[in-house]
Design a protein around this ligand. Structure first.
Ligand code: HEM
Length: 411
């Protein structure tokens, strides 16, 4: 057996997949001390991961942790230490989760997302217009970062003139992660205040937007309270923001490193086909997805996962990135194959907390990648890949910057 690789180092952040392969083979349910000092179990095999994500004995409620004081604010969502924002979908169990999820699902429907497609295309084109003449760009800051924030703001019904404030607040949060720094706390506070006010206004003057729909929606006579609607708007913003930034960033980077796959996609797009784009985005989610570890779960009783006993109160982290490269489940798992069909990846999770925003994420991911490749057919990485840096942080996997070059459009 080769030596156990070190986890959570700089090398690990750059390429965690060899360490995950070691864990899957040698210690598939692995107890580790996280950089924060908290001890947790890492679940790395696909079959165990899928079982754990659906296991109702693993609670999402941090009160089940045997060290609840440490456990608060661990979903990776900045500012969630604030009590009013804590009661969101990723921190609650049935029956509360069932009720809230049913209500939000009535408002945030696949049909609403499909109707939004022309707006996502317009936003994508407008952002590319902004850097196309330069012949170079940082795709994270100029493209992947603003696209999802403007898209979800539009969908929620945040007026256009206020959206740059959201961009600034979100920028502060993504730069500093979930830590209790002053700037982050201030940004969360501003955003919370803004959302409360907006919800209040929409109650008076409803429109054709998601916040108005969330307020209108009822289930068996039940409505969301203003606080619940604010927490819901907040989780939609945050669950849908950095994830989509990283889908675009990691996705473009994977395509640039796999020129023959990118070429196939470009040929298929030029022929007006959409099938390879659809299977391709799923494959990019499997191959190097935005959510490396699913959010925190806590054992409510003693249980066994993959032959390993887990004590009541222990935190469990399901490593989606490891499960999605498991050779027991995927043929040639370390190969990017955009046409992969047997691809039930766990990039959007599994079970009752399965990503609510998957249709919107697919729409944004497909539109962003197809438009970039169409408008910049010779897109290439600028500089040495060894200089690229990955963001720290436990849950998400994404690049800090992605400098690219391409032939500038003549104006
Ligand atoms: C590529 C982009 C995305 C990825 C990879 C992703 C991934 C995930 C994953 C893995 C989970 C489950 C976490 C767990 O069980 O611990 C999740 C849940 C969730 N996602 Fe996404 N997500 C993406 C985009 C979005 C978008 C665009 C939205 C909404 C605008 C969204 C809203 C949510 C919500 C509300 C939940 C919680 C659902 C629940 O607890 O019932 N996500 N997502």
């Amino acid at each position: 057996m080769s030596a156990q690789p070190e986890l959570f180092t700089w090398e690990f952040a750059t390429d965690p997949y060899p360490a995950y392969a070691w864990l899957r083979e040698n210690s598939p349910v692995h107890r580790t001390t996280l950089p924060s000092g908290v001890e947790a179990w890492l679940v790395t095999r696909y079959a165990d991961a899928k079982q754990a994500l659906a296991d109702q004995r693993l609670s999402k409620n941090p009160a089940h942790h045997d060290e609840p004081a440490h456990a608060r604010g661990k979903t990776g969502i900045p500012g969630e230490r604030k009590a009013e924002l804590m009661t969101h979908l990723l921190n609650i169990d049935p029956p509360d989760h069932t009720r809230l999820r049913r209500l939000v699902s009535k408002a945030f429907t696949p049909r609403r997302v499909a109707e939004f497609a022309p707006r996502v295309q317009e936003l994508t084109d407008r952002l590319i217009d902004g850097f196309e003449a330069k012949g170079e760009a940082d795709l994270i800051h100029e493209f992947a970062f603003p696209l999802p924030i403007y898209a979800i703001c539009d969908m929620l019904g945040v007026p256009r003139q206020d959206q740059d404030d959201f961009r600034d607040w979100a920028g502060m949060m993504i730069r500093h992660g979930g830590g209790p720094r002053g700037g982050v706390a201030r940004s969360v506070k501003k955003m919370r205040g803004y959302l409360a006010e907006l919800i209040h206004r929409k109650r008076e003057e409803p429109g054709d937007d998601l916040i108005s729909e969330l307020i209108r929606t009822s289930d068996h006579g039940e409505h969301l309270t203003e606080n619940e609607a604010a927490a819901m708007a907040f989780i939609l913003l945050f669950a849908g923001f950095e994830t989509t930034v990283n889908l675009i960033g990691n996705g473009v980077y994977a395509l640039l490193r796999n020129p023959e796959q990118r070429e196939r996609l470009q040929v298929s797009l030029a022929a007006g086909e959409t099938e390879l784009l659809a299977t391709g985005v799923e494959e990019l989610l499997r191959y190097d997805g935005p959510v490396e570890l699913a959010t925190w779960r806590y054992a409510t009783e003693s249980l066994v996962i993959g032959g390993q006993r887990i004590a009541a109160g222990d935190p469990v982290l399901v490593v989606l990135a490891a499960a999605d490269r498991d050779p027991e489940r995927f043929a040639a798992p370390d190969t990017l194959d955009l046409s992969r069909r047997d691809n039930q990846h766990l990039g959007y999770g599994h079970g009752i907390h399965y990503c609510l925003g998957a249709p919107l994420a697919r729409l944004e991911g497909q539109t962003a990648l197809a438009t970039l490749l169409r408008r910049m057919p010779d897109l290439r990485l600028a500089g040495d890949p060894a200089d690229l840096r990955w963001r720290g942080g436990l849950i998400m996997r994404g690049l800090r910057t992605l400098p690219v070059e391409f032939t500038a459009r003549q104006t």
